[in-house]
Design a protein around this ligand. Structure first.
Ligand SMILES: Cc1cc2nc3c(=O)[nH]c(=O)nc-3n(C[C@H](O)[C@H](O)[C@H](O)COP(=O)(O)OP(=O)(O)OC[C@H]3O[C@@H](n4cnc5c(N)ncnc54)[C@H](O)[C@@H]3O)c2cc1C
Length: 428
């Protein structure tokens, strides 16, 4: 049911796309329902820091109601959208009444793709959500506790951590994990020979950080190897098991931890819709980011197969979601006032990835490349600016400063109520 006489805009997902679309529209003559399966907005670029005990889960999450609570035309709903009836303009919410819309913005993000590799679903640790990060942190810390009690298990791969995928998340996670082990766990476990532990970063291509300039890729490789990460390029995983990972050339590594950062596919909500899909199941959209044949339905962010003006696919990154959200907000406002609309144009703000303490690569539009301390400081500044919530920014800044001065990663906490095995924990 539409809440009032003004056009009702339903926005699915309170991620980078959903919250920016809401902000763009909330001063206009609209009733907005923003629905998410969680009651918080998650800042995924810092998820790896939760997994490696640098930050707590609350530091990178912000309650959605806290962002829009004072806006009478914004209705925040906690619920999981299960389907959309495009003909009747209804959003179906699991265990709840349907929501009628005049405009619909789908911004439900993405999920992990296993590329059909046997064992990934059962044994790999994904890193897409806050529970994923906490589960991985629990597991890593628990491995060290078990190794301390039974050091002979180290030879069975208990302290070997395999990270699949040499993109930004794999690079950032491998650097941070190496620092957690070398700086913190080495001190926490003085009776354990932590030099027997290893972090193995596996990438099927011949370079890390696909999409970055070759010089940045080479710098990341060199820096990670200097930190002690066992980087294996041109290496493809063919199967996972509970206690080992097998590669395409038939070799294997004993491990009880494989973190899967290799694949991404559209949120399963895309599969529910009988519409054209592109790579990774992402929904194909028009130049205005609408569903073909449904000008009232917009798809943005990771869920959409968005292209640039030359038809080249845009990456699934926060800026594409943010700029897409602002564009569809402006398009809806133009439509309701009878003004002509414009096609979506993406403006790249550059790319960056941190490799560890005082180590990062940053590529700024115009060709400027920053490395080392300068790259790292620019990475810190950008992430602080984009992190949602003043409190979160202060807490993260204090945590980073503390960590920098003392080498202490304070969140080395095992939360027992959370399972330490990945099995059955996957979520869209
Ligand atoms: C570990 C990690 C690190 C990353 N690092 C970077 C980085 O450094 N820089 C960068 O630019 N990008 C990074 N990204 C990518 C970036 O986070 C995404 O491109 C961006 O979040 C996409 O925005 P979105 O709004 O499409 O989806 P999201 O921000 O993921 O938001 C989707 C929202 O939809 C909700 N949702 C999902 N399904 C349903 C449903 N059925 N019903 C209701 N709600 C639902 C989710 O709970 C979520 O809140 C990273 C991603 C990950 C996972």
């Amino acid at each position: 049911m539409t809440p009032g006489p003004r056009p009702h805009v339903v926005i699915v997902g309170a991620g980078f796309g959903g919250i920016n679309a809401t902000k763009e529209l909330m001063d206009g003559p609209f009733e907005i329902t923003l629905i998410d399966r969680d009651n918080y907005h998650g800042f995924w670029p810092l998820l790896y820091q939760v997994a490696t005990a640098g930050l707590g889960p609350e530091d990178i999450a912000h309650p959605v109601r806290g962002m829009f609570g004072e806006r009478s035309n914004v209705h925040v709903r906690l619920g999981t959208v299960s389907d959309v009836d495009l003909d009747r303009q209804l959003v179906q919410v699991a265990d709840e009444a349907d929501l009628a819309y005049d405009y619909l913005i789908l911004a439900a993000g993405s999920s992990t793709s296993d590329f059909g590799i046997p064992g990934v679903d059962d044994y790999a640790f994904p890193l897409k959500t806050l529970p994923d990060a906490v589960r991985l942190r629990n597991h890593v810390l628990s491995c060290f506790e078990r190794a301390d009690a039974c050091p002979e298990l180290v030879d069975s791969g208990l302290l070997t951590f395999v990270l699949a995928g040499g993109g930004p998340t794999g690079v950032e996670l491998s650097g941070a994990l190496t620092e957690l082990i070398g700086q913190n766990l080495a001190r926490d476990f003085p009776h354990l020979d932590v030099t027997k532990s290893s972090v193995v970063l596996v990438e099927m291509l011949d370079h890390l950080l696909g999409g970055f300039a070759p010089s940045s890729q080479a710098h990341a490789l060199e820096t990670l190897r200097a930190k002690g990460v066992d980087v294996r390029l041109n290496t493809a995983i063919s199967a996972l098991d509970a206690d080992h990972v097998t590669f395409k050339d038939g070799s294997s590594v004993a491990t009880m931890t494989t973190v899967w950062t290799a694949g991404i596919r559209a949120n399963p909500l895309a599969d529910m819709l009988d519409v054209a899909k592109g790579k990774g199941g992402a929904i194909e959209v028009t130049k205005e980011l609408t569903l073909p044949g449904h000008p009232e339905v917009f798809v943005i962010g990771d869920l959409a197969a968005t292209t640039d003006r030359h038809g080249k696919p845009l990456p699934q990154v926060a800026q594409v979601a943010i700029q897409g959200a602002r564009h569809v907000g402006r398009t809806i406002k133009r439509r309701t006032t009878g003004r002509p609309t414009k096609p979506f144009r993406y403006h790249s703000h550059g790319m960056m990835a941190t490799i560890g303490r005082r180590a990062a690569v940053a590529e700024i539009p115009g060709g400027l490349k920053l490395r080392g301390t300068l790259g790292w400081l620019s990475w810190l500044a950008v992430h602080l600016v984009f992190l949602v919530g003043f409190r979160n920014r202060i807490v993260v800044l204090v945590n980073w400063s503390w960590n920098y001065l003392t080498w202490d990663r304070a969140a080395r906490v095992i939360l027992k109520e959370d399972s330490t095995t990945p099995s059955g924990q996957h979520r869209a």
